[in-house]
Design a protein around this ligand. Structure first.
Ligand code: ADP
Length: 358
């Protein structure tokens, strides 16, 4: 096991800069997830750690050693790809032991490692099958088995669950997390799926356009997003954003919206009187309010999921989603009063998107 450090790393493809000076510390034994929209550069960064892409500028260290000029095989890493990359003409057993054979490990050692990995991954009954005789989830497990037998310092995962159906994705997510809890191998995992990032990560790195927007534990990023982009990207359903103006003076700061509606500003908000802001509230932090409380809104759509009820209404002309644990038989057009929890509301500068609530 080893820490992975990314220091001021940049990447150009021809004249185009794809990674724009990225610094990340991935601690020994930690599960770090790089997450961001498609095209933000997360796979490129992972491939630079693996040695599959050159580093244009900056340094990458694995276990304290600069690996910039090392070949992939010298870096002591193992990578799981989205398309599994199994050898179709080899059995599961041979797929898993192949790298050990290349490394001239004695047959007995290879057999024992394959047996252990098959135990961990529940592959014992499948060792004599060929990849075409396996389901998607089983293939992905074999791809992980192939990494485990090598006992590398670092596991790298490049969107490994993207080809699986929704139910299997959830199951494999738990399996990978369990595997990490058991082996504690430093892992770097790339995904565009923020739920995967939230549920699996010790540390989340949110990227956009080749830069890191925020790094932190899943709950730090959820509770205190550094800016409006992170706030909107992390969390499902996504945070609601309502543009308004910050008003100070009198007892408490408040936000005034275009239609004159007013909501209390989050208690610790920075920002000056008259500053254009964006008020953020997560759907799960909105509650039904009494007649004298909250704001009046008109119901647009009601979506019961069974577990909860999602209600879409309009506040100051903006569509706002709310999620209630209880069942509600609201009808479109009905007026209901909603109260975003001021303690869990967010405030961002309208121009820069930077967080204002402290
Ligand atoms: P992500 O994994 O976040 O979806 P990628 O790292 O795959 O993003 O790609 C980041 C950007 O780099 C994209 O705009 C992509 O088109 C570009 N890119 C990736 N690989 C190459 C390449 N070999 N040559 C030129 N551009 C590339």
């Amino acid at each position: 096991m080893a820490a992975v450090q990314i220091k001021k790393v940049e990447k150009y493809f021809g004249g185009t800069q794809i990674i724009r000076g990225v610094d990340i510390d991935m601690e020994d034994g930690q599960f770090t997830v790089l997450v961001g929209p498609s095209g933000c550069g997360k796979s490129t960064l992972l491939r630079m750690i693996a040695g599959l892409e050159e580093i244009s500028r900056g340094e990458i260290l694995i276990g304290g050693r600069v690996v910039n000029n090392m070949l992939p095989k010298e870096r002591d890493i193992a990578m799981v790809f989205q398309n599994y990359a199994l050898y179709p003409h080899m059995t599961v057993r041979d797929n898993m032991s192949f790298s050990l054979k290349l490394a001239n490990q004695p047959r007995q050692v290879a057999e024992e490692r394959v047996r252990q990995a098959a135990d961990i991954l529940g592959l014992n009954d499948l060792l004599d099958r060929y990849p075409r005789q396996l389901s998607g989830g089983q293939r992905q497990r074999v791809a992980m088995g192939r990494c485990i037998v090598r006992d590398p310092q670092v596991f790298l995962f490049d969107e490994p669950l993207s080809n699986l159906d929704a139910k299997l994705r959830v199951q494999m997510r738990t399996e990978i997390k369990e595997l990490h809890q058991r082996l504690k191998t430093t892992s770097v995992y790339v995904t565009h799926d923020q739920i995967e990032a939230m549920t699996m990560a010790d540390k989340i790195v949110v990227m956009r356009d080749g830069v890191v927007e925020q790094t932190g534990s899943p709950l730090e990023v959820y509770d205190r997003p550094a800016n409006q982009f992170v706030a909107g990207f992390i969390g499902s359903p996504a945070m609601n954003f309502i543009p308004g103006v910050l008003r100070r003076g009198g007892d408490a700061a408040r936000v005034e919206f275009a239609d004159g509606t007013v909501l209390p500003a989050p208690a610790t908000s920075a920002g000056r009187d008259g500053q254009p802001v964006v008020y953020g509230t997560r759907p799960e932090h909105i509650e039904l309010a009494g007649a004298a409380d909250g704001v009046a809104t008109e119901v647009i759509v009601v979506e019961p999921t069974g577990a909860d009820t999602q209600v879409f209404t309009r506040i100051a002309g903006i569509e706002v989603a709310s999620v209630f644990r209880d069942r509600h038989a609201f009808t479109p057009g009905q007026v209901i009063r909603l109260r975003p929890d001021p303690a869990r509301a967010h405030l961002f500068d309208a121009a820069s998107g930077a967080r204002l609530a402290g």
